[in-house]
Design a protein around this ligand. Sequence first.
Ligand code: ARG
Length: 271
Amino acid sequence: MKKILKLVTLGILILGLVFAIGCGGDKAATGGDEGAATDGGNESKVYKVGTDAAYAPFESVSPSGEIEGFDIDVVSAIAEEEGIEVEFINTAWDGIIASLVQSKNDILVSALTITEERKQEVDFSDPYFESTNYIAVPKDSGINSLADLEGKTVSVQQGTTGDIALTEFLGENYDGIKRFKGTPEAFLELKNGKVDAAVADSGVVMEYVKNNPDQNLKYVVDEKFPKENYGIAVRKGDAELLNKINSGLQKIQENGKYDQIYEKWFGAKPE
Ligand code: ARG
């Protein structure tokens, strides 16, 4: 009896599927009005989430071409809690804020530090991750602090808080700072021995040092780099969306989802 019920259910499902596909085909044949549902109501809106996916473990492109990482899981979990749909768009760092302001994206998640300057341009969610900048150097390097970078060359992703801190400590006119569009290029410069050090967010430097044992690197921690907080950004005044993001963030922090994601990408959380 049960078996028959199952078969009947399956039959109905298949019929439904065939019918749905058939309808889709009809629409396409009559010129297609795919966009109509999205344009009309907000129910089926897919929020575009911009991310510079070259910053593992926060965001990167997997070997199969998928955008993945801690940030991606956090925003996906928030979206699930809030019943909103998101789509991740690989977006160049140097235009990432502009992409939001110009509505090419609706949300940014990119290990983006909340700063007073950026707050002039975008609205940030509550902080979701603590960070600072670390220095990657060869193990046998004499560099053991930020001050030791004086007289040395250092690579960094342009426009990041690492760039801002280095510029501040070494001076506006210091010509040993080599700025790159992406963090991978900054690390490559270190690998090729063209610079003495590279600076990036703590989580990213630790991941890089760990994943590249052949390069014999270590990371240097210096308290002179300020403590930072990452935030998820939305367009200024997009309060409805921001409220959803903050509400979802709170929910995943309370229901253990955030900790699960943290463990997946960083291992057990230090107490
Ligand atoms: N946290 C730093 C900043 O906000 C670096 C972020 C870089 N993110 C990235 N996906 N490349 O400036």
